[in-house]
Ligand binder design. Structure first.
Ligand SMILES: *Cc1c(COP(=O)(O)O)cnc(C)c1O
Length: 437
């Protein structure tokens, strides 16, 4: 399989696309053509890892990692992805629980897979690969956890000092010597600007081999398709029905993986994107005009995206809004609705949901009656509620028990370096940690 930029036609191998992260022309890597499967192709696949091996094999044709795909998948899926039935006034549905990884959010799947791939591609290289990641909270933790202690890999995490929750800060700062955690005296935008400036700087690029592991890397997108394939096959085999999926959406990476999986022939019915009050996608579907903007802060903070970068991939795959809106639905859920939804989920399901997951459960409760009846629905649960306890606990009036993965992280020692958002400050701390020792 070859990969091209959404803005160009030069073909790259999967290995090159993963190491580069983003194409030189600023576009995003996409496979030149999606493979197509029938349900029978998955006969004999008994679990998620088996399904993933069949689904991803065509993407690895021509990659030096092809013989390692089984091992990469075994490393990625060291945690379960359970499907839990729920029932409430709106009927019954299933929750696809993507939050049992090391940092308790779905990004652990993509980050773990990418780390397993890059570790094999780059682990023996002469100089270490230096992954720079700017984060507003969730991404940085998943990337740090995935690359922690990996030989030949170093990670620099930049987060806005004082603007992430205590538990998020812990997830960004509790790793080994190969992870440098930087509390930047500035905003998330300052962190992102600093990463871009560092990668574009000639003298720094001469000293370090930079790469990025942000969510647009094709190595994070591909593995996300596997849980949609597995969940839809399970449901289809058990009931004969294609399930619909409702997916909390910010940068559109998780939902794009589901849409790609349906394009590959897997038994998936309707797909509903649940956004928060950042309405760039819903308004695009309404007005047919693409108007990216700055994000606004909401309770579902990991979905606070005003310019979803994966829209470029989605438009390349399916077309513009006039075509997209016939194939995908979208629901926008504001903070008051998120709060109501967290309360409803707790009352009806008997357990709490996180503010992101609550956008999907809200969208499900408010589907019109015909749409709701048209499918069996799978609601995608993207993070564990204990990660967002300051939002969730006051609403449900009790504490959310910590899952073991978060407990393990919270008990580790934490360390970070505070710096000003300047290239000089960044160069100095990187030198202190990685060169002078
Ligand atoms: C990142 C994130 C999302 C949004 O996923 P996208 O792929 O950016 O659409 C939703 N929920 C949680 C918990 C996240 O961390």
């Amino acid at each position: 399989m070859k990969y091209v930029s959404t803005r160009g036609s030069t073909p790259f191998s999967l290995d090159e696309a993963m190491v580069k992260g983003i194409a030189d022309d600023g576009g995003l890597f996409v496979p030149v053509k999606l493979p197509f499967f029938t349900v029978d192709d998955f006969d004999g696949a008994e679990n998620l890892t088996d399904v993933a091996a069949i689904l991803l094999a065509p993407f690895f044709v021509g990659s030096s990692l092809k013989p390692d795909l089984g091992a990469v998948l075994a490393e990625t899926f060291r945690f379960p992805i359970p499907i839990t039935p729920v029932r409430g006034a709106a009927g019954q549905a299933k929750l696809l629980e993507l939050f049992h990884g090391p940092t308790a959010a779905f990004k652990d799947v993509g980050a773990g897979f990418l780390a397993a791939c890059l570790g094999r591609l780059e682990g023996d290289a002469e100089s270490p690969l230096m992954i720079l990641v700017a984060t507003s909270g969730d991404t940085g933790g998943a990337v740090a956890a995935a690359f922690d202690e990996r030989p030949g890999m170093r990670v620099v995490v930049l987060f806005p000092d004082g603007r992430v929750s205590d538990r998020q800060a812990q997830q960004l700062t509790c790793w080994s010597d190969n992870v440098l955690s930087l509390a930047i005296n500035g905003s998330f935008d300052d962190c992102q600007a600093l990463v871009k400036a560092a990668m574009a700087n000639e003298s720094l690029s001469a000293s370090y081999r930079f790469s990025s592991a942000n969510s647009i890397n094709i190595g994070r997108l591909l593995p996300q398709s596997t849980y949609y394939a597995d969940a839809s096959l399970r449901h289809y085999r058990a009931t004969g029905n294609k399930p619909g999926f409702i997916i909390p959406t910010g940068n559109l990476g998780n939902a794009l993986a589901c849409i790609m999986t349906r394009e590959m022939g897997l038994p998936i019915g309707s797909i509903v994107l649940a956004t928060n009050a950042n309405r760039t996608i819903p308004e695009y579907f309404d007005t047919l005009e693409w108007l990216p903007r700055s994000s606004i802060q909401t309770l579902a903070s990991a979905m606070d995206v005003g310019d979803p970068s994966n829209m470029e991939r989605l438009r390349g795959l399916l077309g513009d809004a006039d075509l997209l809106r016939d194939q995908i639905d979208v629901a926008s859920v504001d903070d008051e609705q998120i709060k109501a939804s967290i309360r409803d989920d707790f009352a009806e399901f008997g357990f709490a949901t996180c503010p992101h997951t609550a956008t999907a459960t809200h969208a499900w409760r408010h589907l019109d009656a015909d749409t709701r009846a048209s499918h069996d629905w799978i609601l995608v649960a993207t993070a564990h509620p204990a990660k967002f306890e300051t939002v969730v606990e006051p609403l449900i009036g009790c504490t959310v028990p910590l899952p073991p993965e978060l407990e393990a992280i919270l008990s580790r020692p934490s360390r970070s370096v505070k710096i000003e958002p300047t290239l000089d400050a960044l160069a100095e701390v990187m030198h202190d940690r990685f060169v002078s020792t």
